[in-house]
Write a protein that binds this ligand. Structure first.
Ligand code: NAP
Length: 319
């Protein structure tokens, strides 16, 4: 089978397409013939050496969708040919075939495409966990999705809109803002426009925002805090550096800054999150938006694109 391999940490150029033996599933494992692979920013961090304890060489990738091809012993509930998506796997998702633990494999509803299936784990599970587990969002609250045009942001808008929140999204391009509105945002703002956070008071009837999902905390966190309502919560999902802030902005509002890492979610929690994702796909409140599909061989270009501004949903590799 063809797979992308990383033999040394570095830039996108270290991603190499190679021929590897087809992996075999052991007990409690499933082999999936991969049709679509979701590219996530974390794939670029790991490729670059963010986790030096990763054993080289490795095949990158956490998100993929395809059909079950082989099932190991003691693996109930999976039939050959079943449409599935994975949330993490044992052999790496940037490949024509992968092996995952059965607990990492979820059934893909018939109306959900493979590309959409490959958009579900990291983006949607992150959005769900941030909103409902870390922020404990309730219907009637207001939400700012700070970075709404990418994988996590669009997922958060769809979840929040279905749950009855007032949803405001930001994006840096007209198309990104259009997608945020199509996903269900009530209002959109341009995070490249000076003073854009100034309208939040009016949009929330003078209260400020109850929940803020932050995709780029190193740029925004200091300016986020004064926009919060009393009891407001900022959930830090993404950050690529340091930031300066005024603690007093938290004090007077009795507001919280909370971190969130999907890697901390245990098996039970993930099962619950994916049940919510499945329900949302079935009732069509969740509709993953694909920006672009590219062949597996173009993984290096996909890694360059995902870190550039102008997100429009998910970048997908096809295998
Ligand atoms: P993505 O698809 O590449 O989208 C990136 C988003 O960030 C876009 O909406 C982009 O908007 C926005 N952005 C760019 N500049 C911004 C600014 N100045 N202020 C606010 N937003 C800005 O990435 P993603 O998959 O949605 O992930 C978003 C972030 O969360 C990444 O940093 C990722 O590493 C992180 N993440 C963390 C976890 C976790 O467990 N903590 C899980 C998943 C993702 P424009 O392109 O329209 O400017």
């Amino acid at each position: 089978m063809k797979a992308i391999r990383v033999h040394q940490f570095g830039g996108p150029e270290v991603l190499r397409l190679e021929e590897l033996p087809v992996p075999r599933p052991a007990a409690g494992q499933v082999r999936v013939r991969v049709h679509a692979i979701g590219v996530n920013p974390v794939d670029t961090y790991l490729r670059g050496g963010a986790n030096p304890s990763l054993t080289l060489p490795f095949t990158p990738g956490l998100d993929a969708a395809g059909v079950v091809e082989e099932v190991g012993p003691s693996t109930a509930g999976f039939g050959i040919g079943m449409r599935v998506y994975v949330g993490g796997c044992l052999t790496g998702a940037y490949a024509e075939q992968l092996v995952a633990r059965a607990a990492q494999v979820y059934r893909l509803p018939d109306q959900t495409s493979f590309a959409q299936g490959a958009s579900l784990h990291v983006p949607y599970a992150t959005a769900h966990r941030a909103l409902f587990h870390r922020a404990q969002a309730r219907a009637g609250e207001s939400l700012l999705v700070h970075g709404a045009s990418g994988g996590v942001g669009l997922a958060a808008i769809q979840f929040a809109r279905a749950a009855g929140l007032l949803v405001i999204g930001t994006a840096g391009t007209p198309r990104g803002r259009e997608l945020a509105l199509e996903a269900g945002a009530h209002h959109v703002l341009d995070h490249t426009s000076p003073g854009y956070l100034g309208s939040l008071g009016q949009l929330t009837a003078g209260r400020g925002v109850d929940i803020l999902l932050e995709m780029l905390a190193n740029v925004n966190l200091g300016n986020d805090l004064p926009t919060l309502a009393r009891g407001g919560r900022v959930i830090v999902i993404g950050s690529r550096g340091k930031v300066e802030l005024t603690p007093r902005d938290l004090m007077t509002r009795e507001a919280d800054i909370r971190g969130m890492s999907l890697f901390n979610a245990g098996e039970e929690e993930l099962r619950s999150i994916h049940a919510a994702i499945h329900a949302g796909l079935e009732n069509q409140t969740l509709r993953p938006i694909i920006a672009r599909e590219m062949p597996l061989a173009e993984a290096a270009q996909a890694h360059t694109l995902i870190l550039q501004p102008g997100a429009q949903g998910k970048i997908i590799l096809t295998a």
